[in-house]
Design a protein around this ligand. Structure first.
Ligand code: ADP
Length: 198
């Protein structure tokens, strides 16, 4: 199963991806998590990405495509994966296509979680407050001064991907404002059809 979860920051992609990992036994590939790990470890990629991420902007396609291509070849991706937060630009979408063709593999589904902007910003603010209250580190890009920039980046660079996948007949859009279990059930309904059709 090769799945892309599309949607703006705060749409719930990470939460849903985690549930699918447990059910389907395939890994979640979150470029956000990979980049944060690189920043934490102080790798050359991390050093390049840190300031861009903290400003709520997108890291360069070249960097992100390279880390994903490397990840695709790890043994745990042999039966598929859930892409969360990648692709995020049209160039990245073309790169995924190329990476998969090189490996004689295909995407099974592209699922978009649709959520109102105001709710997204509220969810991000709540996530920051919760982390703070629990004494955990707060993501700099969850700060209310930065989160709107992430949303602008989404509309400028990522939202066109819905048209890209719609035109390929692959896009399935779901109400991301329904409760978490309802969204999971809707995703599983779509994936059930994909698996049966395969
Ligand atoms: P969000 O909670 O906004 O969905 P992520 O954890 O997916 O955030 O990503 C956090 C940040 O990491 C992004 O704002 C961006 O700077 C960087 N990033 C993650 N994935 C990508 C990508 N595919 N292309 C470019 N930048 C990315």
């Amino acid at each position: 199963m090769r799945l892309i979860l599309l949607g703006p920051p705060g749409a719930g992609k990470g939460t849903q991806a985690q549930r699918l990992v447990d059910k389907y036994g395939i890994p979640q590939l979150s470029t956000g998590d990979m980049l944060r790990a690189a920043v934490k470890a102080g790798t050359p990629v991390g050093l390049k990405a840190k300031a861009v991420m903290e400003a709520g902007e997108l890291v360069s396609d070249a960097i992100v495509n390279a880390i994903v291509a490397e990840r695709f070849d790890q043994p745990d991706c042999a039966n598929g994966f859930i892409l969360d937060g990648y692709p995020r630009t049209l160039a990245q979408a073309d790169a995924v296509q190329a990476m998969l063709s090189e490996r004689h593999a295909e995407l099974d589904a592209v699922i978009e979680l649709v959520v109102d902007d105001k709710i997204l910003l509220q969810r991000i603010a709540e996530r920051a407050e919760k982390a703070k209250a629990a004494g955990q580190p707060v993501r700099k890009d969850d700060d209310p001064t930065i989160a709107p920039e992430r949303l602008r980046e989404y509309y400028k660079k990522t939202a066109p991907l819905t048209g890209y996948y719609y035109a390929k007949g692959m896009l399935e859009s779901l109400d991301g404002m329904a409760d978490v279990d309802t969204v999971t059930a809707a995703i599983e309904g779509i994936l059930g059809k994909v698996v049966k059709a395969a």
